[in-house]
Design a protein. Structure first.
Length: 206
């Protein structure tokens, strides 16, 4: 099963008596204490004026919560001006329970994020909401090792995809720097990680 949360700046959120940046939507079955723990994943830094387009930040985190470790997929984006006229951001998180993560082992976090991205919110209209239906992750893409064509196109050498995969398998950090913060380049980075994760055995992808 998978749950979802949306966090942004609103005059009224899920918890009464609050305004500003907060939880505005969540799956009703997600425990309140867990949703509070996950709100910290909504961090985002806007670029200074004139520095270029604000990025779209994709991520996968393993979060230790009161109900055990959870895989959390998310995207944080610039959300224009908030209700108070100040700059706003919006985070849409998808929380994957351990049993669901086992079912998705033949895919990868990057592949799942790419598949669900069109369903993730960019702005919030209306009041707070608790959704009774879980977030569906049915028919997620299978991932098999293939030629790293995006790496070849971007870096001139498909072998860089293998370098990133090796470092990921060893638990070593890797920094991939894009030439622009544009949304197109943010999605291209997601494609690069999707190709690299496809080179790993399923047990290493999540």
């Amino acid at each position: 099963m998978a749950f979802e949360l949306v966090i942004t700046s609103v005059p009224k959120g899920i918890r009464p008596g609050r305004s500003g940046f907060q939880l505005v939507m969540r799956s009703a079955a997600l425990r309140n204490d867990v949703s509070v723990e996950l709100e910290s994943l909504a961090a985002y830094r806007h670029l200074p004026p004139g520095a270029g387009p604000n990025p779209e930040c994709f991520f996968h985190r393993i979060v230790q919560t009161n109900i055990g470790p959870l895989s959390v997929l998310g995207r944080v984006v610039d959300a224009g001006a908030g209700y108070d006229g100040r700059s706003n951001k919006l985070a849409h998180l998808v929380v994957v329970e351990p049993g669901e993560a086992v079912r998705l082992a033949s895919s990868s976090p990057a592949a799942v994020l790419a598949a669900v991205e069109p369903r993730l919110a960019r702005a919030w209209r209306g009041g707070p909401e608790e959704r009774s239906e879980p977030f569906s992750l049915a028919a997620m893409p299978l991932v098999t090792g293939a030629a790293c064509t995006t790496w070849q196109s971007v870096a001139g050498d498909a072998g860089w995809g293998g370098v990133v995969a090796e470092r990921a398998a060893a638990g070593r950090p890797v920094l991939v720097v894009a030439p622009s913060s544009s949304p197109d380049w943010c999605r291209r980075l997601l494609e690069l990680f999707e190709e690299s994760l496809a080179l790993l055995p399923p047990a290493k992808r999540w």
